[in-house]
Design a protein around this ligand. Structure first.
Ligand SMILES: [Zn+2]
Length: 321
């Protein structure tokens, strides 16, 4: 049997208008040719009222409008708008944001001052719903699974909205940019232990981390806060003070470099590394190759091709060898 995808009804930028009387918004459009209708509009999110106000006073240009009926039978009008955003100011530093592991997010200023967003509630939700899903799966109740999945999604989305808002305000307040760890492709680049992966609340591929970044990015654009991305591997394994790979054990990080020996909260350290370092890196004054290679985390790997006397003395020849 051929299946058809449900697509929302779409009208272009001239096909709809917003009206406001008192505190009530309404939407005018033509459901049938030549006959326009005015329908009351409930604002889904408090922040949307601000955007609607900009549409009304002409500060935002309206785009197309889509009508969508949810599975529950609620009708949604999705309005796309474009507007001017403030230019990003040059910043004096970056706030690193680490996601996952023990906290849903940890942000820290270049000076080290941290802001923790506890994963407790999100971890609890994930575990609880993973368990429920398993039980329902065994009972083959797929409809109910779908229902609780969308409930879980809504709760986590709400939490991400709050955290992303706070992150942007944190950065704006101190005049710094926000730097995220690039999680795309992390599945290929870092070896996740099977045990870690199977624990629902510890899985770093989990969509809330990606959603948190997306929410933060668009809120940052609106506020003129610059954002950037850094490669992910080893950020949580290298010492944020000296750059040498160390031992991470749940909440604690212990640096193996005898000249440093730093001990600190691992998530805080990762956020520091994300803010300061470009991925896996050694600080210039401490390019201690022996130490890095003897680190127990690395095993027996060499990260760069070792110096080769032939290529140094005869660079022209090196290509042929
Ligand atoms: Zn160190």
């Amino acid at each position: 049997m051929k299946q058809f995808k449900r697509l929302p009804l779409e009208v272009n930028n001239q096909g709809w208008k917003v009206h406001k009387v008192g505190e009530t918004y309404s939407l005018i459009f033509n459901p049938k040719r030549g006959r326009s209708k005015r329908l009351p509009l409930a604002v889904h999110q408090a922040a949307h009222a601000e955007i609607l106000a900009k549409v009304l006073d002409g500060h935002a240009k309206q785009g197309s409008m889509k009508l969508w009926r949810s599975f529950k039978g609620l009708w949604y009008a999705m309005l796309s708008v474009s507007m001017e955003v403030p230019d990003t100011e040059p910043v004096s530093g970056w706030i690193g944001v680490d996601r996952g592991q023990n906290n849903i997010a940890v942000a820290s200023l270049p000076s080290g001052q941290p802001k923790f967003f506890k994963a407790g509630i999100v971890g609890f939700i994930r575990k609880r719903y993973a368990k429920l899903r398993k039980e329902l799966g065994e009972a083959k109740r797929t409809k109910t699974i779908k229902k609780i999945e969308s409930r879980e999604r809504r709760i986590v989305t709400h939490i991400n909205h709050i955290i992303s808002k706070e992150l942007v305000q944190f950065a704006k307040h101190y005049g710094f940019g926000l730097c995220f760890e690039n999680l795309s492709g992390i599945r290929q680049t870092s070896k996740q232990r099977k045990k870690t992966k199977s624990k629902a609340d510890k899985n770093r591929d989990f969509w809330p981390f990606y959603q948190l970044e997306q929410f933060t990015l668009y809120k940052a654009i609106r506020e003129g806060v610059p954002t950037r991305n850094r490669p992910a591997p080893y950020t949580s394994k290298s010492c944020c003070k000296c750059g040498v790979l160390g031992n991470r054990n749940h909440h604690r990080f212990v640096c193996v470099n005898p000249r440093c020996g730093a001990k600190y909260n691992a998530d805080w350290g990762a956020s520091q590394t994300i803010g300061k370092w470009d991925g896996f890196a050694c600080s210039l004054e401490l390019k201690d190759g022996v130490l890095v290679m003897s680190s127990p985390v690395l095993g027996n790997g060499v990260y760069d091709s070792p110096p080769n006397s032939v290529s140094e003395q005869f660079p022209a020849l090196a290509g042929e060898l």
